[in-house]
Design a protein around this ligand. Structure first.
Ligand code: ATP
Ligand code: MG
Length: 418
């Protein structure tokens, strides 16, 4: 698939943009702070209704527009798919205060989504526009904390599986309620048997999330094993595994909790044996989840929070058995992140039958010449690849002979002559 036309209104530093885009390599070049990343962010937003970097949607609304009586931002994309075309339209509008008090957070925004002109929910967008973004921050997927890796899995799975997205929404609500109840039990304001209702809800929504993540991770791992040696030029064996909090000592965070509550510390051996190949089916996960809840109930009441479930799970990447989060060199971490993203693009193609739109933000400066070559070679067969750079000379090679070149300057974009 590819975006054939993009319209932005009050999106970041784009007050107004109308842009036709071809299906090929498209290079956006410009100085720092001109709007290159903002443009890719807009395309990512179309596909996921999420920003890859903003913590709140209001950050996306143009600063000047935020002063308006009715501030809004709008992203519209005409997307061509193999057998159909569609128009996706997302408008951000100020949200009415939920409590009616009139003093909510300034500019809390809500989304209004339209598909071919008809109002839709976020779950209806699933599978319509698929995007994979590559950026220098991807290294944090390997080196950073677990919540980044969970978010990564969530965005990827939510793009292709609407049941996953719904389960995530339910799970988040259940978790808040259950944590509240745990604190009430601790403070003797509620009875432990009241937990059963929430346990059931937690297991029902949570088990699906875990099952789906586990399946995705196994597929990613297979793909990455094939791709990785080509990127590194060495026979480094990359393995991606899902660390489930259902396994005792499975999750890094639960081990942290164990330390907090005075449990014993768990050494993390440098070379880890392969986890036993015990992928459970959905029923197996539900049973294991329920059993774990029984084991940790005292700890949960003591802490006033839920300590097992998909919100505690993690992803582990190992190169030749070494945990890259803990021991990877920067170069190893960067290449592993790249392998993961390339695998994601392949996985999306396999799941949907459509090439996802690839967004490469400022990637080339991060990689040495050889890896750059391997990356670009790997991207050649994709339908549309949007690339940003400050340094156009890097793209004046034969490789980009057919690329469309655009110049980005202060929130305006112009196609450069040949
Ligand atoms: P670099 O090469 O440094 O990565 P870039 O071209 O990718 O630069 P962007 O991240 O796209 O730059 O940001 C362009 C400008 O948009 C920045 O100066 C940023 O401060 C500004 N900006 C960010 N959010 C908003 C907003 N809500 N309203 C207006 N401008 C914004
Ligand atoms: Mg940028």
């Amino acid at each position: 698939m590819h975006v054939a036309h993009l319209s932005l209104t009050n999106f970041r530093n784009y007050v107004r943009l109308e842009l036709d885009l071809p299906a090929c390599f498209v290079v956006f070049h410009g100085d720092n702070a001109q709007g290159k990343t903002n443009l890719l962010e807009a395309v990512f937003y179309l596909g996921t209704t999420r920003s890859p970097r903003a913590s709140a949607d209001r950050e996306l609304v143009n600063w000047l527009a935020q002063e308006d009586d009715m501030p809004f931002a709008k992203v519209t994309g005409k997307v061509h798919r193999a057998r159909s075309s569609l128009e996706v339209d997302i408008t951000l509008l100020p949200r009415a205060d939920e409590d009616g008090s009139g003093n909510g957070t300034p500019l809390a925004m809500s989304k209004r989504i339209r598909l071919n002109g008809l109002p839709k929910r976020a779950t209806d967008l699933v599978g319509q526009v698929n995007v994979v973004m590559f950026s220098p921050q991807d290294i944090e997927l390997i080196s950073g904390p677990p919540h980044l890796r969970r978010r990564y899995l969530d965005i990827m799975n939510s793009q292709v599986d609407s049941h996953y997205l719904r389960s995530l929404q339910v799970y988040a609500r259940v978790l808040v309620q259950r944590n509240h109840l745990l604190r009430q039990i601790r403070d003797h304001q509620a009875r432990p048997d009241q937990l059963e209702f929430w346990n059931q809800q937690l297991v029902d929504s949570g088990a699906y999330i875990m099952a789906r993540r586990q399946q995705t991770v196994e597929e990613l791992s297979d793909l990455a094993q094939g791709l990785h040696p080509r990127l590194t030029g060495r026979q480094e064996h990359l393995k991606v595994s899902y660390l489930s909090s259902l396994m005792v000592n499975g999750s890094r965070e639960e081990n942290d909790v164990a330390l907090v509550v005075g449990g014993s510390s768990v050494d993390s051996p440098r070379i880890l044996p392969d986890a036993p190949a015990t992928s459970l089916d959905l029923t197996g996960i539900k049973d294991a989840f329920r059993a774990r809840l029984g084991q940790v109930v005292e700890k949960e009441v003591l802490l006033g929070m839920s300590v097992v479930g998909p919100h505690r799970d993690d992803l582990q990447l190992r190169a030749d058995g070494v945990d890259l989060n803990v021991y990877g060199s920067r170069g190893q971490q960067r290449t592993a992140a790249l392998s993961l993203k390339l695998s994601e693009a392949k996985l999306m193609l396999a799941e949907t039958g459509e090439q996802p739109i690839l967004l490469l933000d400022d990637m080339m400066s991060e990689l040495d010449g050889e890896r750059r070559g391997h990356l670009l070679e790997g991207l050649r067969q994709n339908e549309q690849v949007l690339i940003t750079t400050t340094d156009l000379d890097r793209y004046r090679s034969d490789f980009f002979a057919d690329a469309a070149i655009f110049k980005v300057e202060r929130g305006q974009i112009e196609r450069a002559g040949a």
